[in-house]
Design a protein around this ligand. Structure first.
Ligand code: NAP
Length: 510
């Protein structure tokens, strides 16, 4: 038991959730379901939905089947396609907020700039960009990782005389019709964007540094009769979801984490190469589009439209390195200046980088800094949820939390873990909950001990330029199937946490 002074007054909220994307929405739903109602969801943007609020570029859509890309307890019957367009995900976020009565808890336009733990009061104080402070017994970081757009480190970017836009901050006043456009990057966002804008622009130059593995996308509109079946027939949604979950599990977590046992990558590579042969006419272009690293080293894409875009007369694939941006356009290493009117940065996000997980300073017990902890000790978090020295602080998408399946499965599993912990704290009248260093070390060692069978460490990834790898060469994904993650979230040993109570119980203790 800590010998700290009794809390002067309860904090503003029992739980503050930072982020109003699907992680934050799922966190709030899970908390309310067990009667933890004194919660606030702080969202930097002017709407909920996270990635689906911010990413509105042409062609944006989910690349995991919608039957899996939704909460298990709020399955929709009216997705327009197997892979729903982004707008439907944004609408689904709004729907969940209303259906679970979260609106009163959500504070939009509230960017958290820092959080510090009070060792005396056993609560967190969060600072916001508009100068407010909010206190909370517990904080759940639900800020995701694909949130901070990353402009490319190319000299001269600011000198460009035309319009520059990042895919994650699309400008809907931008009319690309008849324009000469450059797209820098060929990741998942570019794969969706390129075929969507190619028919409209006068000319499109795609600057590719590393080709992406592109697999066929088993996409189709969901016909009205099927939607009726999903709406009316008991169990139909669950049956479809089970099939979808099995497909996702095989193509992502099993393929990646069990590469040494279940060699799916070779078959997927053959499939992707035949997709490329079928879809791209020019052998020289095909050659440039052929990846030279193992499938799975970085996120593959799924598209039936991306590769054929390179057959168009108005689309060029440029693989010479970009040297600089000039006022006129993009200058490549061969000296050519590709003159364009619009520069589209499809260059992704800050991911496993200091200052992104979460994107604000977190100061834990005794002044410990979360970024510094990770810089000194490598990325690690017990079950991807909690870090020793940072009591009452939980994350949805912490290191070694996500296994590559649907984010919704992740959110539900992580919240099962967090809710169990908070409920136990409640029964113990505890005001301070902290994972033990031993439990954290054990989990970290276990994750590292599974590396030998992961594609990241077995395959040839050195030329993949994959954001999966952090500065230490670690890949902080949970090396496990989804069922194991679910089981562990329900069964982990509660003694892996230390539960303490201030000398006099706080009125607002959870
Ligand atoms: P990304 O996968 O990180 O791709 C960024 C692209 O920009 C890469 O091709 C990269 O090349 C290129 N690039 C970056 N800096 C460059 C430079 N200085 N010069 C030339 N090229 C440069 O980003 P993203 O496409 O936005 O996707 C990010 C993640 O978002 C995806 O992996 C996926 O998880 C998620 N996403 C999901 C969906 C969905 O459907 N659910 C859709 C879009 C995105 P290198 O490869 O050489 O680094």
């Amino acid at each position: 038991m800590h010998d700290s002074a009794p809390p002067a007054a309860g904090p503003d909220h029992e739980v503050v959730v930072v982020g109003g994307g699907f992680s934050g929405i799922g966190a709030a739903i899970a908390l309310k379901r067990v009667g933890i109602d004194d919660i606030a969801v702080l969202e930097a943007g002017d709407g909920v939905g996270g990635a689906w609020h911010w990413n509105t570029y042409p062609g944006v859509a989910v690349d995991i089947p919608s039957f899996s890309y939704q909460f298990s307890y709020a399955q929709q019957a009216d997705w327009s396609r197997v892979y729903a367009p982004g707008g439907e995900l944004k609408a689904y976020a709004e729907h969940c907020v209303d259906r679970y009565d979260l609106r009163p808890h959500v504070r939009l336009n509230t960017r958290v700039t820092g959080a510090r733990f009070d060792d005396e009061q056993h609560h967190w104080t969060l600072d916001t960009a508009d100068g407010d402070t909010i206190t909370a017994r517990h904080v759940i970081g639900a800020t995701g990782v694909l949130t901070q757009p990353k402009p490319p480190a190319i000299p001269g970017l600011e000198d460009f005389a035309g319009r520059t836009v990042h895919t994650a901050r699309w400008d809907h006043d931008l009319d690309l019709r008849g324009k000469r456009v450059a797209v820098i990057g060929t990741g998942a966002s570019a794969v969706q964007l390129i075929p969507s804008i190619a028919p409209d622009v006068e000319h499109l130059t795609v600057f590719q540094r590393t080709p992406i593995w592109c697999l066929p996308k088993p996409d189709a509109p969901l016909a009205a009769p099927l939607r009726t079946v999903l709406r009316r027939v008991p169990g139909a949604r669950w049956a479809l979801r089970a099939a979808s979950q099995a497909y996702v599990e095989l193509t992502f977590p099993i393929a990646a984490h069990f590469a040494g046992i279940v060699p799916l990558a070779a078959g997927s590579e053959r499939l992707a190469l035949s997709h490329l042969r079928r879809q791209v006419r020019d052998p020289a272009v095909r050659e440039k589009l052929t990846p030279r690293y193992s499938l799975g080293c970085k996120r593959p894409s799924f598209s039936n439209e991306y590769l054929p875009a390179f057959n168009r007369a108005n689309v060029a694939l440029e693989t010479s390195a970009i040297e600089r941006i000039t006022p006129e356009g993009v200058q490549t290493s061969d000296g050519t200046v590709h003159a364009v009117d619009v520069l589209v940065l499809a260059t992704g996000f800050k991911v496993f980088e200091a200052g992104n997980m979460p994107p604000f300073a977190v100061t834990g017990s005794g002044g410990a800094d979360l970024d510094a902890f990770w810089t000194e000790n490598r990325f690690q978090a017990y079950e991807g949820v909690s870090v020793p020295g940072f009591p009452n602080f939980f994350t949805i998408l912490g290191p070694y939390g996500y296994n590559g399946a649907s984010y919704f499965t992740l959110i539900e599993n992580q919240m099962r873990h967090i809710v169990r912990c908070l409920q136990h704290a409640r029964t113990r009248d505890a005001t301070r909950v902290e994972v033990t260093p031993e439990a954290n070390a054990r989990y970290f060692a276990q994750m590292l001990g599974r590396r030998h069978r992961q594609v990241f460490f077995r395959g040839s990834c050195s030329t993949a330029n994959s954001y999966y790898f952090d500065v230490n060469g670690d890949v902080p994904f949970r090396a496990s199937p989804t069922l194991e993650a679910a089981w562990r979230s329900a069964r982990y040993d509660l003694d892996d946490y230390r539960f303490d109570r201030a000398a006099v119980p706080a009125t607002a203790a959870v």
